[in-house]
Ligand binder design. Structure first.
Ligand SMILES: Cc1cc2nc3c(=O)[nH]c(=O)nc-3n(C[C@H](O)[C@H](O)[C@H](O)COP(=O)(O)O)c2cc1C
Length: 175
């Protein structure tokens, strides 16, 4: 698995409103396709991206619990929607609203995943950031193997009470 040694700079890059980042992976999250917008924004060449795990972009501000929800959803054949902060090769970062779906073979088995990411709607990042910060806090306090589950439980309970759940909340932010 790829280990990310890039140090964050705190400088934000942005997708244009009409731009999309597209990528495809195998079942393990290893990149098999990257479009030009992906290469330009992330700062990686096609040769660097192809075969790398998608965690090459992982930003330390992203809670493990979000990736737990992500993998739990897509590995069971579902579609994931969410806000993701990604790390460029330079250490700069960019926020996206991501949609990730499984690719099925002729027998209906998952053969890989497909992801499209667009610019987050105005105000969405400001709403999601404190939730992610609280999740990171829970993960630091919990530690170990249970950290992701603990922070995900917090996210889901928080959003169930106030917004009828995770999906209605993220759709509301991106609408
Ligand atoms: C289609 C697809 C797209 C992904 N896109 C991203 C992404 O943009 N950023 C990211 O950090 N992880 C992405 N991931 C998840 C990574 O593979 C990885 O699980 C995540 O970065 C957490 O890293 P870790 O599993 O090493 O903890 C994607 C996975 C798939 C299958």
């Amino acid at each position: 698995m790829t280990t990310n040694r890039v140090t964050p700079t705190n400088r934000a890059m942005e997708l244009q409103p009409d731009e999309f980042i597209v990528s495809k992976t195998d079942t393990q999250g290893r990149i098999t396709y990257a479009n030009r917008v992906f290469m330009r924004l992330s700062g990686y060449t096609e040769a660097e991206l192809l075969g790398a795990n998608h965690n090459i972009l992982r930003h330390p501000d992203m809670p493990k619990g979000v990736y737990k929800l992500f993998w739990d959803t897509i590995s069971q054949g579902g579609e994931f929607f969410g806000f993701v902060k990604n790390l460029c090769k330079t250490g700069d970062h960019y926020w996206v609203f991501a949609t990730v779906t499984p690719d099925f073979d002729a027998r209906g088995r998952i053969e890989g995943y497909f992801s499209v990411r667009r610019r987050p709607a105005a105000g969405a990042v400001e709403r999601i950031t404190p939730l992610y910060e609280h999740m990171l806090d829970i993960e630091r306090r919990t530690g170990g193997a249970g950290a992701a589950a603990a922070s995900l439980t917090y996210l889901q309970e928080q959003l169930r009470e106030e917004h009828a759940g995770y999906e209605p909340f993220v759709f509301g932010l991106q609408a």
